[in-house]
Write a protein that binds this ligand. Structure first.
Ligand code: CAA
Length: 257
């Protein structure tokens, strides 16, 4: 598969997607988003891959959806083509995905990071939903995912003023899992991804699915779902191996079965 706007590699059991439109600060045009979707689909169906990292450049993870591409579109046109429905498909992938964010993650860039399961931020990262300054609002899930990640008051403030939030504020607010020195970001993200990829692949996917339920359902339903999944993993060889290895005081060797 060849791509025009992203670079796609594998490092052992980790898939790496690098957004690669440097002249436009990785602005997310439709072609780029479709490529990300295709690359994620490829990794999802590749049993040799246990985790994916999405990253950008040092200056920008992504400075938003491509404003130039959108500027002249009409309502009937974007409604008919269902502009940004590709975001729903990106978010539906089942493997754990880490966003390694350096520099700007604005608008669609912040939204893409929030579609991932873990955000690791360089100390240079800047997050924001500045769409209001363009006379629009976030359109790839930003109002929903930001409010869930950092709460209503802060999401309102960011989306209504368009101001950017630095890495430390984003970590304090709960958007970011960890801050890493910019020079170490990719190594750290790949190491974290390798750790996840060393676990049982199906159990990691089930864990992601269960945590995602927290955003979609009541506590009682979510806990019921978790319990069913917890019981179900006792049907896997990996559960037997994981617990046996603990008892035998040796590292577990999962077979993804
Ligand atoms: N779309 C298209 N092109 C973009 C872009 C975007 N979102 N962001 C930056 N670029 C382009 C610039 O036009 C510029 O191109 P030229 O060299 O051809 O002029 C190039 O990238 C470099 O950008 P700047 O010269 O502006 O770089 P800077 O360092 O001075 O500023 C910035 C950086 C503050 C991020 C600034 O580029 C900026 O404000 N970008 C737009 C941010 C934004 O509004 N994002 C939201 C987009 S809308 C959206 O995402 C909707 C949605 O939710 C679906």
């Amino acid at each position: 598969m060849s791509y025009d706007h992203i670079l796609v590699e594998t490092r052992d059991r980790v898939g790496l997607i690098t957004l690669n439109r440097p002249k436009a600060l990785n602005a997310l045009n439709q072609a780029l988003l479709r490529e990300v979707e295709q690359a994620l689909s490829g990794f999802d169906t590749d049993e040799g891959i246990g985790c994916v990292v999405i990253t950008g450049s040092e200056k920008a993870f992504a400075a938003g959806a491509d404003i130039v591409e959108m500027a002249d579109k009409t309502y009937p046109a974007i409604y008919t083509e269902d502009l940004f429905a590709v975001g729903d498909r990106i978010a539906r992938h089942r493997l754990p995905v880490i966003a390694a964010v350096s520099g700007f993650a604005l608008g669609g860039g912040c939204e893409l990071a929030m579609m991932c399961d873990i955000i690791l931020a360089a100390d240079t990262a800047k997050f924001g939903q500045p769409e209001i300054k363009l006379g629009v609002l976030p359109g790839i899930g930003g109002t929903q995912r930001l409010a869930r990640a950092i709460g209503k008051a802060k999401a309102m403030e960011l989306c209504l003023t368009g101001r950017m939030m630095g890495a430390e504020e984003a970590e304090r607010a709960g958007l970011v899992a960890r801050i890493v020195p910019a020079a170490d970001l990719l190594d750290d993200a790949l190491k974290t991804a390798a750790t996840i990829a060393s676990m049982s692949r199906p159990v990691a996917m089930l864990t992601k699915e269960a945590i995602d339920r927290a955003d979609e359902t009541s506590l009682a339903e979510g806990v019921r779902f978790e319990r069913r999944v917890f019981h179900a993993v006792f049907a896997t060889e990996d559960q037997k191996e994981g617990m046996k290895a603990f008892v035998e005081k040796r590292p577990a060797s999962f077979r993804n079965a």
